[in-house]
Design a protein around this ligand. Sequence first.
Ligand code: CAP
Ligand code: MG
Length: 362
Amino acid sequence: KLAAKVFHVRGDRVKLAYNSELFEKGNAPNILSSIAGNIFGMRAVRNLRLEDIKVPREILRSFSGPKYGIEGIRKFMRIKKRPLLGTIIKPKLGLKTLDHVKVAYEAWLGGCDLVKDDENLASQKFNVFEERLARSLEACNKAEEETGEKKAYIVNVTAETKKMMKRAQLVEELGGKYIMIDIVTAGFSALQTLREADFKLAIHAHRAMHAAFTRNERHGISMMVLADIARLIGVDQLHIGTAVGKLKNNLEEVSELGEEIEKKTVKETKMRLSQNWGRVKSVLAVCSGGLHPGHVPYLIEHLGKDIVIQMGGGIHGHPSGSFRGARAARQAIEAVMNKKTLKEAAGENMELKQALDFWKRR
Ligand code: CAP
Ligand code: MG
């Protein structure tokens, strides 16, 4: 009765169904230990790639899902239609706390909605978590007052789980809006603990280390599966790639990923099973990795407006610094929202013109 059933074989593609009694409800590690565990190492299998999973309602309902989702984020950030603009403080590591905060403040003033820590910034000697959090939130509040816009600091809480929970607690006490967790290196059990503590914080999911198993088309686990697990457990934002930036991913894969995390139902395609997400909220797609203002029209045209466009070097590498780099990025988004070409907008915005000239040569 409980045996898995192979119900479709076409060439090297196989579909199989598991009886949901085989899994403990609400237990993400347990599900993966079955469908993505020993099988990869079986001598009988030379290569294997888990392309997608389709989660039945009784399992969907046993997880929290996103707390905010796209609608909730747009509501608390008061951004109705346009993509959100995010940046990552660069250099990734090495800035002392006050220098980190200064860069963040300039980015918010310049027009970024979100400023996040890089994925490998935690609580190093040169930039201790508690101090960075307190000073960055002060700067964030100041930038909100000065710009009249909602701003958010996405602090990276990734750590051993008990420490991570304490850090998230502190963010909530200090009035933060978001936390960030590296979901692969932290682990799915830690992500469940963080989500199920139900902090009033939106969860930004970084996927560092995913390419260790998602990149090889012949062996591993696709980003589609990782996106499903992230939505199931309940992140609010998730990196899905860019199709244009520095990291390997192609447009078809990225746009299907975007649908998988944003839509209520998704149709079957050659790479994806259909899925009805029922009451599970959407997840806001984060496009990041080697992006600069010149990429904005392509991203919006191909991935829509329900995205975070995130630029690290693409903002802080601007010839006139972070403030003007953020202005250039925001000018690019406003141009597309006002149906102007970047060339037209560059004619009216010096920072954007400088950025386009600068990045064109790279
Ligand atoms: C981007 C980034 C992000 C990558 C992650 C970096 O910085 O901060 O971590 O986007 O990749 O460290 O490379 P830049 P993905 O904007 O300076 O490239 O989004 O594909 O998960
Ligand atoms: Mg990074």
